[in-house]
Design a binder for this molecule. Sequence first.
Ligand SMILES: NC(=O)c1ccc[n+]([C@@H]2O[C@H](COP(=O)([O-])OP(=O)(O)OC[C@H]3O[C@@H](n4cnc5c(N)ncnc54)[C@H](O)[C@@H]3O)[C@@H](O)[C@H]2O)c1
Ligand SMILES: O=C(O)[C@H](O)COP(=O)(O)O
Length: 597
Amino acid sequence: MATSSSQTLRTPFLKTPSLNSKLPLYSAFSVAIHPTRRSVKPLVVVVSAAALGGKPTVLVAEKLGDAGIELLKEFANVDCAYNLSPEELCTKISLCDALIVRSGTKVSREVFESSAGRLKVVGRAGVGIDNVDLAAATEHGCLVVNAPTANTVAAAEHGIALLTAMARNVAQADASVKAGKWQRNKYVGVSVVGKTLAVMGFGKVGSEVARRAKGLGMHVIAHDPYAPSDRARAIGVDLVSFDEALATADFISLHMPLTPATSKILNDETFAKMKKGVRIVNVARGGVIDEEALVRALDAGIVAQAALDVFTQEPPPKDSKLVQHERVTVTPHLGASTMEAQEGVAIEVAEAVVGALKGELAATAVNAPMVPAEVLTELKPYVELAEKLGRLAVQLVAGGSGMKTVKVTYASARGPDDLDTRLLRAMIIKGLIEPISSVFVNLVNADFTAKQRGLKITEERINLDGSPESPLDFIQVQIANVESRFASSISEYGEIKVEGRVKDGIPHLTKVGSFDVDVTLEGSIILCRQVDQPGMIGTVGSILGEENVNVNFMSVGRIAPRKQAVMAIGVDDQPSKEALKKIGDVPAIEEFVFLKL
Ligand SMILES: NC(=O)c1ccc[n+]([C@@H]2O[C@H](COP(=O)([O-])OP(=O)(O)OC[C@H]3O[C@@H](n4cnc5c(N)ncnc54)[C@H](O)[C@@H]3O)[C@@H](O)[C@H]2O)c1
Ligand SMILES: O=C(O)[C@H](O)COP(=O)(O)O
């Protein structure tokens, strides 16, 4: 195998722009850490900032706390339009960059389709995102953020309020007194002290309910297949199986999300496993209970009482047997409705939406992978390198040869667990796909978009010896089974190959095919293969100079002196067709290609 050497020529008149100034808006990012989260896990969000030319427009489709509206107004045009029909929402959305909702608005696939790519972020001013079609959001590259912490206490307090109100028949007795009656014997309640409460779903709300219930003197158990046992131990709660929870609880309080696995998790079969006379509280989601089965369980005396804040259909039908049931206490989805919680979620969601529109990280993104802040800071220049290598590689593919398999190699001295490559992979996919399609690719939809286009991305690591100071030594992108517009970019194994490194914080192209080169990945690049001979740099340089095209970097990689060489020229401006033709006409130049970054 021929070895190649390289010589680098940096034009002295060129000043190196700062990395940030070179970052395109659509890939700009920074770090945000949510201050109130127990484990701080910022998320990377790479969001189009197409709207940043002017002020973006945020549609607020449900009542949001004033503090959140004020925050949004500092950055965006805010359109507050409540009670929109699904059709009105679809019409309006095409003019909006962001949408903020609570649980009352269905953000369906049609909404994303109607936005025609303009909608970049959906903010859910609360926890549950079951009213947002997450798959459709991801497919459309739309980030979904929520406000996961600010209403936790409100929901837990409401759960406790319902539990105690139910136990003492407060709502029924209140209605009775207002109807002019005085029924002291009818409304004898039950005490909660010493009773067993099963908290189903031991997350944020569930654990706060458990804490409060312990304060009421209840014996608290919990079922949650994913909850850490040390959190339960710290609160003095035993984690038990689903069946054990059902069989031993006097009260059951539901706090799991509505997912395919939890849908109608309380049904005829599971009610039959409960202790006779059990009391049920639901401030999670209506859909976790089979509501007809609950009516049957109430009528059969299995369930003594239920207190419900949430329903399968909201608002529930007026003649709902469940709502009208004498032993059922209901509230209209008020769990998060305290002054404090609404101000909190408004600020939490407004900050996340504004940040996402600016292309920053969102700590509360629900459809983008997590990348810890420190990893992100380190990877920043490599993120740019990854995207540009993808852009270069795809432009080398000859038209009509298709692109099915891409292999990415990361060479690093870091241990395998010490390098998170998801962000890099997403940026390579962005670089590969955007130049050949109208699809906007970001961290949210990169893997999906690649899969949809039948593009198989395989990743490999080369473990290097030496100091693991920098996260990566080089990144290599290879496209297999294609022809190239620049034959010299085909490696000895028959694939298009480009390789790059970060030098002094700047991404460089360091290999094309089997040729070593060295050119900064700024502006655009001309690659020429020529017979190595004196005067070539000058000849091509003066053709570009005559055209007033600024050359920012040049390097020549050659197999051996006076044999074939690849010259890589970084240019700030796009040369005219005539200039490119003149370069092609230089007798010693065997092939050349112009690549836009
Ligand atoms: N009524 C309201 O106004 C109101 C307010 C806030 C939250 N909520 C709802 O309360 C629920 C909990 O919210 P959160 O903030 O505590 O969420 P969370 O994500 O912090 O907690 C949910 C917990 O449920 C667990 N879980 C998942 N699947 C489960 C299963 N099959 N069985 C048992 N546990 C399971 C998870 O492991 C997690 O610990 C959500 O449905 C949310 O939408 C309602
Ligand atoms: O999931 C939530 O945060 C609660 O159900 C609150 O919903 P809301 O914002 O519609 O009150």
